[in-house]
Design a protein around this ligand. Structure first.
Ligand SMILES: Cc1ncc(COP(=O)(O)O)c(C=O)c1O
Length: 320
């Protein structure tokens, strides 16, 4: 399977840095590294910018004039999609779950600044509201391009497979790659990339919203679809997809001690900001695994920072 020649538009600052975290490593008694996808750079960056390089290239190929996607009100994916649309001179409609909220903080503030139009789903399921928005645009003689929730389709996954090639070129070969996992695209890509480019470490997704079983099924399905789409022959055993759902706490977006402790530790030991919903939870899970000795002290850990920083302002009270 050759993903390297897929069309892409430049939106991200790549390669993102890989850094050793010496103070955190000393505190935790493990060699801890970080891959800085929080520094992809598009309107405060994050993992979705990688996916959008391929998704937007496809949108432009199809002569789209409008990008449509959806998510939670504080969605990082929506914010990066809106910024990508601005950079490419496209309209952007963001379909957000629930009822209208003030847009004066976090990702919502940036959505407004970069000129996205917000559509609130109210009582409708998000998928239905996204599809209705798409159909309405089409009926108005526009040419919209629908990006699925989280940018998680074969193109989004391919972007993260290519991120593994980038990591390989940076000559770090960790025993563990730990990251937050939610809509399947990032983990699917990392698993596929590990296989294609032969990186042997554990690809360990810390779930932020789903229990392990449904998330594993999603990843398994997206792996199969991605391989089919790009003409590969790889096959993956769903039991070998590593997902940890022990750190779901109060549910998606609910900040507890686990997230707070991780956010404070990374900030104070390394000056690195984590977000409350995704990286705070995944880093909290990593700390807990180290505490329980589930990660041997001789093994190297790479924490893949997927971004999400703008949410810290929306969650200031819960974090402090
Ligand atoms: C900061 C951050 N990290 C991780 C993820 C999860 O990525 P994926 O949906 O590809 O699993 C997201 C998704 O929204 C995110 O915003």
């Amino acid at each position: 399977m050759n993903l390297e020649n897929l069309p892409r538009v430049t939106l991200a600052n790549l390669p993102t840095p890989v850094q050793e975290l010496p103070r955190l490593s000393r505190t935790l008694g493990r060699s801890i590294w970080i891959k800085r996808d929080d520094l992809t750079g598009l309107a405060l960056g994050g993992n979705k910018t990688r996916k959008l390089e391929l998704l937007c290239a496809d949108a432009l190929k199809r002569k789209a004039d409008t990008l449509i996607t959806g998510g939670a009100p504080q969605s990082n994916h929506c914010r990066q999609t809106a910024a990508a649309a601005a950079k490419l001179g496209l309209r952007c409609l963001l379909v957000l779950s629930g009822r209208s909220q003030p847009t004066d903080t976090g990702n919502l503030l940036i959505d407004s600044l970069v000129g996205a139009e917000l559509v609130w789903a109210d009582d409708k399921p998000l998928d239905q509201a996204m599809q209705e928005t798409f159909d309405r645009e089409r009926s108005e003689e526009r040419n919209p391009y629908l990006i699925p929730y989280g940018g998680s389709n074969p193109l989004g996954a391919a972007a993260y497979a290519l991120a593994m090639l980038e990591l390989k070129s940076q000559k770090v070969n960790p025993d563990w790659i730990i990251f937050p996992s939610s809509s399947a695209g990032t983990q699917t890509g990392l698993i596929l990339g590990a296989e294609l480019f032969q990186l042997p470490g554990h690809i360990y997704g810390v779930s932020v919203d789903l229990e392990a079983r449904p998330l594993r099924e999603k990843i398994s399905a997206l792996l199969a679809e991605t391989v089919r789409t790009f003409g590969g022959t790889e096959s993956f055993l769903s039991e070998s997809i590593l997902i940890d759902d022990r750190f779901l706490g109060g549910g998606y977006g609910k900040v507890g001690m686990l997230e707070r402790e991780a956010i404070h530790l990374f900030a104070r030991e390394e000056g690195i900001l984590l977000d409350p919903v995704y990286t705070g939870r995944a880093a909290g899970g990593m700390l807990e695994m180290i505490r329980r000795n589930e990660i041997p002290s001789t093994e190297t850990v790479l924490f893949w920072h997927t971004g999400g920083i703008p949410a810290i302002w929306a969650y200031a009270k819960e974090i402090l």
